[in-house]
Design a protein around this ligand. Structure first.
Ligand code: SAH
Length: 227
């Protein structure tokens, strides 16, 4: 079973259209669709916006469906010059940019209890996603993905996240999903396409979120066909 989580309907709707033998289920307020995607058993979930909903969804998905792998797919803001609208950011690790116990002497972003800042993501899936991007002719960069409960749209905040965590893209769910998977020992991947520049151009997001969601769905579909 492959678990696939998008924050918003638009991030998984294209995959859902291609799913057969669909069975819908509502659990913990999350809508799950189980079925076959390109011949493989898969479950799609729309978790909602932000880290709390994302964690709730990931844990419920793991307990209910016991997937072998979990993939977070969707859109993100860019933090680096090498990633433009429609390009893919593939996660090597995930950080939480709004976790901060530094007044106590901890590094910014430390996940107390796990005692790490970067939650590692599955390297094998990352490499396969990189190959899929190449085959689809979509430019990609692999690196750290930063999550937090904020839509980043400010140059100084963007720069702070990039400089503090060496992160390439920002979004609002990936790290929470990665943290839940890490605790549950489930391999996790984050695949995000760039919808906006995270710098005073929120209008970009409204204009390009569909294009970005289409790109990330296309790369994931290719992955599912070969994996
Ligand atoms: N009320 C809106 C909120 C969307 S938030 C709604 O329900 O549609 C934006 C979503 O896109 C989040 O899921 C986040 O993961 C991603 N995202 C895209 N660009 C982002 C940015 N610049 N900063 C943070 N998250 C971003």
């Amino acid at each position: 079973m492959i678990g696939i989580i998008g924050a918003m309907d638009l991030e998984i709707v294209r995959l859902k259209e291609q799913m057969t033998d669909k069975k819908e289920e509502q659990l913990s307020g999350v809508h799950f669709t189980k079925g076959k995607l390109f011949g493989k058993d898969a479950v799609l979930a729309v978790c909602g916006i932000g880290k709390t909903f994302a964690a709730l969804c990931a844990q419920t998905l793991i307990l209910r469906y016991n997937p072998e792998i979990v993939i977070n797919v969707g859109v993100a803001g860019t933090l680096c010059d090498r990633l433009s609208i429609g390009d893919m950011a593939i996660g090597t690790a995930a950080v939480c940019h709004d976790m901060d116990t530094s007044p106590l002497g901890d590094p910014v972003g430390l996940i107390s209890g796990l005692d790490m800042v970067e939650i590692p993501l599955n390297a094998q899936m990352r490499e396969t996603f990189e190959e899929c991007c190449e085959e689809e002719g979509i430019h990609y960069v692999s690196g750290v993905i930063a999550s937090g409960d904020q839509f980043i749209d400010d140059g100084s905040k963007k720069q702070w996240i990039r400089d503090t965590f060496c992160a390439i893209a920002c979004e609002m769910e990936g790290q929470a999903i990665a943290q839940v998977c890490y605790v549950n020992r489930k391999p996790c991947a984050i695949l995000r396409s760039i919808s906006d520049s995270a710098n005073g151009t929120a209008a970009d997001y409204m204009q390009f979120k569909e294009l970005a969601a289409e790109h990330s769905s296309r790369v994931l579909a290719r992955f599912l066909k070969i994996e």
